[in-house]
Design a protein around this ligand. Structure first.
Ligand SMILES: [Zn+2]
Length: 458
């Protein structure tokens, strides 16, 4: 039996919202077998928590190697600085990092993501080949580096090998993109090999870098291979207005419009950075069942623009969040940015709230949607504190200053909008404690290796 098979929480966030006196049981398979509110007395053998219990979230979009770059790009070196100049500088790290360094950087990141309330990460993995652009002897060397890092940290990993074949519409891959080159066949082989390894907490899906970086023929080819494939399919879709313009010029359609027109979208598809959209695109995505991944701290850091959050929320599309370039590594910051971006631009408050639906709290509505969207992003049927979902959870420290003296039903509002410190005392992944009493057992050793890798990457 997992060490914490039976938990009792005074208050827990379920698909119905806050519930009191909740008993949770995890089975041998690392999934919740029972979540029962209203159990007044904890049964013998239960671990009795004194703080609220929350579902953890899926980090739906990560490029682990970019953790090595966080903090290195906050100085403007030319007349102007934008996404594209940031990207050129980011490539300098991408061109240097070795598999061993990637493992050490990713392990540090994954510990930080656990500390930030994520228990599963979707790696949008395009850094495939050796420094000279030739495949490693094992073409999945960089993938296994990520898998080893996730296993050491104790976080779940959905590895998404990326189709990446050109620099832009009608433009050959640049030399500084040589480590990224991949065909539909290579992506399919990579996903199959990773899935067949059957490592614990490791899954495989598919990714397409973007419409600008993959041809229509190759996308169609990958979609054909993926018929009957259950895993998620992720794509960077409309992060920059320039790529929307290029897509329009090359195809006559905006990116989401093009995906809908080609009848590619279904529930497996997750549209990362669905930032620049028109109303018809949001409707098309909602009708298809596809999900949306927003990365607010990165989108702010890169000056991407603001997604139509009210539009996506109203349409009912599954919505998840990603830490992407890892300038933020805590989902509370992402939810705060989602709401604050809208407040600043509209000069209103509580934009994400929907009183007509009974949701007067922006934090609760965003969190509820992010929990639901987590399942879609990582190809799970269920996510959260509900029977059948993986037994992942966050125990809030009952001594957290943001919560002192507040009514319990305001806990999520306070956790998102008041309190910079990380409030999780314990973090559970698949029925086991990854962090206990604030301590991750591997954190110190991992941080030491991370610092060495960071020095070497200069
Ligand atoms: Zn990305």
């Amino acid at each position: 039996m997992p060490e914490a098979a039976l938990l009792w929480a005074p208050r827990a966030w379920t698909p119905e919202g806050w519930r009191e006196q909740v008993l949770l049981r995890a089975g041998d398979d690392g999934r919740w077998s029972e979540v029962t509110p209203g159990v007044a007395a904890p049964p013998a053998g239960a671990t009795v928590l004194d703080g609220p219990l929350l579902p953890a979230l899926v980090d739906a979009h990560s490029h682990a190697f970019q953790r090595a770059f966080a903090g290195r790009a906050e100085r403007r070196e030319s007349a102007s600085d934008d996404f594209w100049s940031w990207r050129d500088r980011m490539y300098r790290v991408a061109l240097r990092i070795t598999p061993a360094q990637l493992r050490d950087v990713a392990a540090q990141l994954y510990v930080e993501l656990l500390q930030g309330g994520y228990t599963q990460v979707c790696e949008f993995h395009y850094l495939q080949h050796g420094l000279d652009g030739r495949p490693y002897d094992d073409p999945l060397e960089m993938s296994w580096a990520l898998a080893d890092a996730a296993a050491e940290a104790g976080i779940g990993l959905m590895l998404l090998p990326v189709l990446y074949e050109r620099a832009g519409f009608g433009k050959a891959l640049r030399d500084d993109q040589r480590r990224f080159r991949s065909s539909a066949e290579q992506v399919w082989q990579a996903a199959t090999t990773v899935a067949e390894a059957r490592r614990p907490l490791l899954g495989a899906g598919l990714a397409i870098h973007s419409l600008r970086a993959a041809s229509a023929e190759s996308i169609a080819g990958l979609a054909r291979k993926a018929e009957g494939f259950a895993g998620p399919i992720h794509i960077h879709v409309a992060e920059q207005s320039a790529e929307v313009d290029d897509c329009l010029a090359a195809t006559g359609a905006r990116p989401i419009e093009w995906l809908a027109r080609e009848r590619l979208l279904d529930r497996r598809w997750q549209l990362v950075h669905a930032t620049h959209t028109v109303a018809a695109e949001i409707e098309a995505v909602a009708a298809s069942g596809a999900g949306v991944v927003l990365c607010p701290s990165t989108e702010a850091n890169l000056g991407d623009g603001l997604a139509d959050l009210p539009g996506w929320l109203a349409a009912g599309a599954p919505l998840s969040i990603g830490s992407d370039s890892h300038v933020g590594r805590d989902w509370r910051e992402e939810l705060r940015w989602l709401e604050y971006g809208q407040r600043l631009v509209r000069r209103q408050r509580n934009v994400a709230a929907a009183p007509a639906e009974g949701r007067t709290s922006s934090a609760e509505r965003l969190f509820a949607r992010a929990v639901e969207g987590s399942a879609a992003a990582t190809g799970e049927t269920r996510w959260g504190l509900v029977a059948g979902a993986r037994a992942d959870a966050l125990v809030v420290d009952a001594r957290e200053a943001a919560l002192l003296g507040l009514p319990g039903e305001l806990a999520l509002d306070a956790l998102v909008f008041s309190g910079p410190a990380r409030p999780w005392r314990d973090v559970m992944v698949a029925g086991r404690w990854a962090i206990r009493d604030g301590v991750h057992p591997r954190a110190e050793a991992i941080a030491e290796r991370f610092a060495t890798a960071m020095h070497a990457l200069g």
